[in-house]
Design a protein. Sequence first.
Length: 72
Amino acid sequence: MDKKELLKKFGLNVKFARMKKGVTQEQFAELMGVHPTYIGKIETGRINMSLAKVLELAEVLDVDINKLLYIE
């Protein structure tokens, strides 16, 4: 697996967790204090985030960080 594929799979995990929580990208962005395009870039694997930011995503989505980091 290369970096690009890893980021895409992580982004899908974020997207599924967001959708399960029932929030739009715009609502999620507001909760995170970021622009909605940033959320879109995360979900499409175009951003390589720090672990601290991943932890923040997990907290806002109210999911275990392992669910976001789990890559098959």
